[in-house]
Design a binder for this molecule. Structure first.
Ligand code: ME8
Length: 512
């Protein structure tokens, strides 16, 4: 079994912000979960470097688009690495192998009869690199996403016959109701299709920063077609000397934010069909991280106005700063605990500090610390070799399966909620059993053994399942428990025997 997961490739027009890290960390959590299952995983992320967004940003900075990519792509890569993302390949659309493959695939689309010459007229957002339909134009002829004026554009272009895919797309959504999740997003895509699909411009003649159209070298491909194809092209050259396309295409899961659903839910499967390739198995569309608007941050009632975090709105949080302050694992935990994956939600420095103190330091860190120190103090550093307490069994019964089912549906927040309930249950168990009292009474020695053994075992199971969310933290704690195995097979309460020696552990989440 293989598992191929992708993220959008990010524009290099500015430095990465927390919103970009959000999607890549989500993919990382899912990738790591599938590795725990023993599956072969391929996880792709990267940067989108062609087209108008790059050209305009480079102009503003007085450099070439290539220089812009060379400056910013490494910052994206580094941000993702610092956030603990273990991607298998970081694609840049300026990679010559990608460019060659884009030309090859789109030539095939042309030969298959899905392309014709036409004239384009319409309102265009250079930041989205998107022509807007009437329904997508905000007040004052502005972009509803970037709040900047739209530009009227007219040019002779090559067109992709999207309208011919009306029926095949309807069938795709009908036959596979989970093609796009959550369901509200599938409905959004279906409504767009039902509105009638119009052909879309496939090439641009006004800019030269892109992949040259092989049958008409006066034009370059429209950046979205070049960018979407990254998900397929990467497989052909990510591993030198190998072509992984047959192993991993169609992708199992493609994660995107809700801003780019039209491209991924409609253009993308149509383009793949036109090229004779299979659509991905599923897309998961998440919501936006929100933060206070840079200007007019209060409404008439004095409440803070929240907006999508974005560079153009000037309300971004720098991932490097957050990681410096709280650590990558705390960031990963916070993002998916705070903002329900699939919905919008606000993030803030104050919110970070609160969850860090109350949940990571006081609940999980303290549970780990108490458990290890009591085993050290009362049992000389060895987990008692006795049966686990059956009183906790119902709490852990079926937990690994439940978490697996949720993560199979990319329900990252719900799965984390399940795990956190167990962390809290274990803390309550400590209070109920009061091992410090049992330790004063020789007659209660067996009860103390059972309690300590059960705490260690519950903590081990919860930590194995938390591993994808907080990998280095989980590894440290499992090592301290003397139980390094982090595969899903061992995530059952009572699956491991007691008797192992524990070792010292520095606080996992030191007080700030
Ligand atoms: O659209 N909250 O690139 P992009 C959550 N290059 N996620 C956010 C976010 C926020 N506030 N801001 C950004 C592009 N994202 C194209 C994609 S794919 C073939 C080409 C995340 O730099 C989210 O995943 O604008 C969103 O879809 C993506 O970054 C957009 O990144």
């Amino acid at each position: 079994m293989g598992f191929y997961v992708t993220t959008p490739i990010y524009y290099v027009n500015a430095a990465p912000h927390l919103g970009h890290v959000y999607t890549t960390v989500a993919a990382d959590i899912l990738a790591r979960h599938h590795k725990q299952r023993g599956e072969e995983v391929f996880f792709l992320t990267g940067t989108d470097e062609h087209g108008e967004p790059a050209v305009q940003a480079a102009e503003r900075q007085g450099i070439t688009p290539r220089e812009l990519g060379d400056r910013n792509a490494p910052r994206f890569k580094e941000a993702m690495e610092e956030a603990g993302a273990e991607f298998d390949f970081f694609i840049r659309t300026t990679d010559p192998e990608h460019e060659a493959k884009v030309a090859e695939i789109l030539q095939r689309v042309y030969e298959n009869g899905h392309v014709y010459a036409g004239k384009y007229e319409g309102w265009y957002c250079p930041r989205c690199a998107d022509f807007k339909t009437d329904a997508e134009i905000a007040e004052g002829n502005t972009c509803p996403i970037h709040h900047i004026p739209l530009e009227w554009q007219e040019e002779d272009n090559w067109f992709f016959r999207l309208s011919a895919f009306q029926e095949p797309l309807e069938t795709l959504y009908e036959e596979n109701p989970d093609f796009v999740r959550p369901r509200v997003r599938a409905n959004e895509a279906k409504a767009f299709i039902a509105g009638g699909l119009q052909d879309v411009s496939l090439s641009r003649s006004k800019i030269s920063w892109g992949v040259t159209v092989p049958w008409d070298p006066s034009q370059v491909f429209y950046v979205w077609f070049d960018a979407l194809l990254n998900y397929v092209t990467a497989l052909s050259y990510a591993r030198p000397g190998e072509d992984l396309t047959d192993d991993f295409w169609p992708a199992n899961l493609q994660l995107i934010g809700k801003d780019i659903i039209k491209f991924h839910g409609i253009y993308w499967p149509a383009l793949l069909m036109a090229a004779g390739l299979e659509p991905p198995q599923g897309l998961f569309v998440h919501g936006f991280l929100l933060s206070p608007a840079a200007e007019d941050s209060e409404d008439a009632e004095g409440a803070t106005t929240l907006e999508k975090m974005s560079k153009s709105r000037g309300n971004v949080i720098d991932p490097f700063e957050v990681i410096d302050q709280f650590g990558a694992d705390a960031l990963r935990f916070y993002l998916f605990r705070e903002v329900s994956f699939g919905q919008d939600g606000p993030v803030s420095a104050a919110g970070f500090a609160t969850r860090y103190e109350t949940e990571l330091a006081n609940e999980y860190g303290n549970l780990a610390n108490r458990t290890l120190s009591m085993i050290g103090r009362y049992r000389d550093g060895t987990i008692p070799d006795t049966d686990v307490d059956p009183v906790l069994a119902p709490d852990f019964e079926g937990l690994a399966e439940r978490v697996g089912e949720l993560l199979a549906k990319a329900e990252i927040t719900t799965a984390l909620d399940e795990l956190w309930q167990r962390v809290r249950r274990l803390n309550r168990y400590v209070e109920e059993r009061a091992p410090w009292q049992l330790a004063r009474d020789d007659d209660k020695s067996e009860e103390l053994d059972t309690t300590l053994r059960s705490l260690a075992e519950g903590l081990r199971v919860a930590t194995v399942l938390l591993h994808p969310y907080m990998p280095p933290t989980a590894q440290k704690l499992l090592a301290a428990l003397g139980q390094r195995d982090d595969t899903l097979d061992c995530a059952t309460y009572g699956a491991r025997a007691g008797g192992s020696a524990i070792s010292k552990l520095d606080p996992l989440f030191p007080k700030l």
